[in-house]
Design a protein around this ligand. Structure first.
Ligand code: SAM
Length: 160
């Protein structure tokens, strides 16, 4: 698979899972959503469209998003997510979307030393996680991917 095909597959998988979460009402209308890895703001923009009543808090090292999809300052958390996400432990987050994979195995291995437990700690019981990296954690029950979700591109969980 070319890198272009791989990129398209990742985008399609993200969209299918996000749309499924919306279509099956997995997130309460007043639940807090974490967008872990704002980047250009594309998935932030899609999540904002799908969940217009929810507060969406976005994380990144620095703002690199398009001005049209940059969250308000109060909903932006800048710095190393490994550190900044700690303040959300126990905050009963409804949905966490994590898109911080790099395709560099050694970097992703480093991220996986802290991301699964950080997401598990932030989510409420019954909360949902979708991630480009696997979140192996005893509190996170893997969910079947919906149609269009691509195994190995998106990982999908509910907190027990
Ligand atoms: N979902 C975004 C979109 O649709 O535009 C793309 C996210 S991009 C693949 C990943 C982002 O995560 C990058 O902007 C990078 O700076 C950020 N990131 C990765 N690891 C991070 C860390 N440990 N702390 C802060 N930001 C991080």
């Amino acid at each position: 698979m070319s890198r272009l095909d791989s990129f398209i597959s990742r985008m399609q998988s993200q969209r299918a899972v996000l749309n499924h979460i919306k279509d099956t009402s997995m997130v309460a209308a007043d639940g807090v959503i974490l967008e872990i890895g704002l980047g250009n703001g594309r998935t932030y923009d899609h999540i904002r469209e799908l969940f217009p009543t929810n507060r969406i808090i976005a994380f990144d090292r620095a703002v690199g998003s398009h001005p049209d999809s940059t969250p308000p300052e109060a909903d932006l958390v800048l710095g190393d997510i490994r550190e900044t996400i700690r303040q959300f432990a126990g905050k009963d987050v409804a949905f966490a979307h994590a898109d911080i994979g790099t395709a560099y195995p050694e970097k992703d291995a480093q991220t996986l030393t802290w991301l699964p437990q950080s997401v598990a700690a932030a989510l409420a019981s019954g909360g949902i996680a979708a991630s480009g990296l696997p979140l192996d954690h005893s509190a996170l029950e893997p969910l079947p991917l919906p149609a269009g979700g691509v195994p190995g591109r998106t990982y999908f969980y509910r907190k027990r």
